[in-house]
Design a protein around this ligand. Structure first.
Ligand SMILES: [Fe+2]
Ligand SMILES: [Fe+2]
Length: 388
């Protein structure tokens, strides 16, 4: 699934690297600083920073490193724990491998025989998601970008669990218990849907009133199911029951308004809305991430909590990673990472020049550092340009 290749990495990038040293690292004076084969997967981030600082002090500029030939699920977990962002080419594989991993643990738990929920694996998964996004929010940005069409409910649950953990981490960075509860709540938010027939959930046409009423019962059914299974975490239960409540009181099942909806449920509502908008279903097309962002901004205040939306947008930017864009000088590329100073000025990996010629190597441009350069259009997947 992953190729092996050797490349020369700038020394400071070792702080987020997860792989092996490909050649002995020797100081300009000939002292061995780091032996070939040293494995960074087992070095904690503070240790990596110290190592990078030592190498830089010794005058080392770049080191030859080797990415792993293949990654087992254990190694994928190591990547999450180490906070290493995968290269763009690996992202889809990583999403699929992660989905498989989570599937193996919780497919039966989430969507197995109705009413049969095992609590322990869920808590483990919740902690895993919380640790993952706390260690490396960049991983989250790539994981929620790509998703297979199959197993919609499972990949939706995984994405919402990750997004909930991510938002909880941004809002309450020190509160690991809250982050883990948000992850579990997000993972389980739609568990009540296991009682809704597949034909209704995936119906391409308009739902009848009866079908719609059945779907609207899933938050209460989910909460009852979890209580019966022994889950008593109030944050998890609130997320499951109230993720369809709206700030103006027009949501369900309780028609709660504003702050009477718990913060945990308001977080889940934003995560759920963004993932639903940017997913493909049998009855609707997938919208690109930048349109998902516009839609959640438009819903802030009436449906969604403005603080949570602001948190989401300041982290993702107006153009989430993966958005294909055309710059004001005619060059085209794909957003690689959100901007650190402006939500409108991300880092873009350029692919073609203004005449449409492909660059031999991708060129990374930080728009925040380019005063007169801005995103002129987003290019949808079909190649159509749209004014932003
Ligand atoms: Fe739901
Ligand atoms: Fe949902």
């Amino acid at each position: 699934m992953f190729d092996t290749f050797v490349f020369r990495l700038p020394v400071w990038d070792l702080t987020t690297f997860c792989g092996r040293i490909a050649e002995d690292v020797v100081s300009p004076k000939g002292a061995l600083l780091l032996p070939k084969g040293a494995d960074f997967a087992h070095i904690e981030p503070p240790g990596r920073r110290n190592l990078a600082a030592t190498l830089a002090r010794q005058g080392v500029d770049r080191v030859a490193v080797q990415e792993r030939a293949e990654q087992s699920l254990d190694e994928i977990l190591d990547i999450f724990r180490s906070g290493t962002r995968p290269s763009a080419r690996d992202e889809r594989d990583l999403f699929e491998a992660t989905l498989q991993f989570v599937t193996s643990y919780c497919k039966d738990v989430l969507f197995g025989s109705p009413g049969n929920i095992h609590v322990f694996p869920l808590l483990r998964i919740g902690r895993f998601l919380a640790e993952s996004v706390s260690a490396n929010p960049g991983i989250l940005l790539c994981l929620v970008r790509e998703r297979p069409r199959d197993y919609f409910l499972l990949s939706h649950s995984l994405s919402v669990g990750l997004l909930c953990a991510f938002l909880a981490h941004r809002l309450f960075p020190e509160q690991t218990g809250v982050i883990a509860s948000a992850a579990v709540g997000g993972l389980l938010h739609d568990i009540g849907k296991q009682f809704v027939p597949e034909g209704i959930l995936n119906k391409p046409g308009r739902l009848t009133e009866g079908e719609f009423a059945l779907i609207r019962r899933h938050p209460e059914v989910g909460e009852a199911l979890l209580k019966k299974a022994g889950i008593d975490d109030p944050l998890v239960l609130k997320i499951v029951r109230h993720h369809h409540e709206k700030m103006d009181g027009s949501g369900y099942p309780d028609g709660l308004e504003g702050r009477s909806v718990s913060m945990a449920a308001r977080i889940a509502a934003v995560a759920d809305a963004y993932d639903a908008i940017t997913s493909e279903r049998s009855y609707k097309k997938r919208l690109p991430g930048y349109k998902g962002i516009s839609e959640i901004i438009a819903s802030a205040g009436n449906h969604l909590d403005p603080l949570v939306v602001r948190t989401f947008v300041s982290a993702f930017g107006m153009y989430p990673p993966g958005t294909e864009v055309e710059l004001s000088d005619g060059r085209c590329g794909v957003v690689a990472a959100p901007g650190e100073r402006s939500i409108l000025k991300p880092r873009v990996c350029l692919r073609t020049d203004r005449d449409g010629n492909h660059y031999p190597h991708p060129v990374l441009v930080d728009l925040a550092a380019e005063k007169n350069l801005f995103i002129q259009r987003c290019v949808s997947q079909g190649g159509q340009a749209e004014n932003c």
